[in-house]
Design a protein around this ligand. Structure first.
Ligand code: MF3
Ligand code: CO
Length: 254
């Protein structure tokens, strides 16, 4: 599949999809608290997407079994693709919540990691560095640059601070499909691959660990955890490459 460039009309639809996802994260900022279950958080997001006239992207996503929820909710050593359920969040946990919404056929995709109540300084540092890694990488999402400049920015920023960069899961093109070309590694040498052009739309999603980057999948065939049991965080924005320089963040939270 080729990399598609989105026109103005398509970008407007993606802005709308992205806004719905961003607003879900605004709700979660308040809703993530000790005592809440991951199923309750999922329901909040699912109902909000539907109320806005959108469709949850992840529900039914093909896999070993169709993905069963509107969100992926991954706690502590879980990196991505955690399935919401009866698990109760406790003070000191960290939780990554990944959300996709479709508006008139176009997707917005954004993950954010949250502290549950008060967390240890090391857990907060992981959250801070992962968020900063995302924003650092976005500085390289500009027309004229190369795809792997983004990859390199992620790896170099996080590793220089002593963190692991998960290798097995990647950033990606997004638009009419949740996952489009190009596939974007979160690590690698700069200056390689596709030249970035206005109208390209990507979901940039560093997954960062406190320890080693190696991951494994649980027996539910979805949940991915760190092999060494260390904490993981995940921040993701859907962005568009613009004419005028920096990326436009389509999943902003304001
Ligand atoms: N943001 C994740 C990704 O791009 C969410 C998709 S997982 C799904 O891979 F299976 F639930 F859809
Ligand atoms: Co994604």
């Amino acid at each position: 599949m080729a990399v598609t460039l989105k026109n103005k009309v398509e970008l407007d639809l993606m802005r709308r999809a992205g806004r719905i996802v961003g607003e879900c994260h605004l709700l979660l900022r308040e809703a993530v608290r000790p005592g809440v279950t991951t199923a309750q958080l999922n329901r909040l997001v699912h109902e909000y997407i539907v109320k806005q006239g959108g469709v949850p992207s992840f529900l039914g996503y093909p896999g070993p079994t169709p993905y069963p929820a509107a969100t992926c909710i991954s706690v502590n050593d879980e990196i991505v693709h955690g399935i919401p359920g009866p698990r109760i969040l406790h003070e000191g946990d960290i939780v990554s919540i990944d959300i996709g919404a479709i508006w008139q056929g176009y997707h917005g995709d954004s993950a954010w990691s949250y502290p549950v109540g008060r967390v240890k300084p090391a857990a907060q540092a992981l959250l801070d560095v992962t968020e900063q890694t995302l924003y650092h990488a976005l500085e390289f999402a500009r027309a004229g640059g190369r795809l792997s400049d983004i990859s390199h920015a992620i790896q170099s920023y996080a590793e220089a601070r002593g963190y692991g960069v998960v290798r097995k899961y990647i950033s990606h093109g997004v638009g009419r499909s949740l996952h489009e070309d190009p596939q974007i590694r979160n690590y690698g040498e700069p200056g390689k691959g596709l030249r970035l052009q206005p109208g390209m739309t990507f979901a940039i999603e560093p997954m960062i660990t406190q320890g080693h980057y190696e991951s494994r999948e649980l027996a539910d065939n979805w949940t991915v955890v760190t092999l060494d049991g260390s904490l993981a965080a995940h921040f993701e924005h859907t962005i568009a490459i613009t004419e005028s320089g920096g990326p436009e963040i389509l999943t902003r939270q304001d």
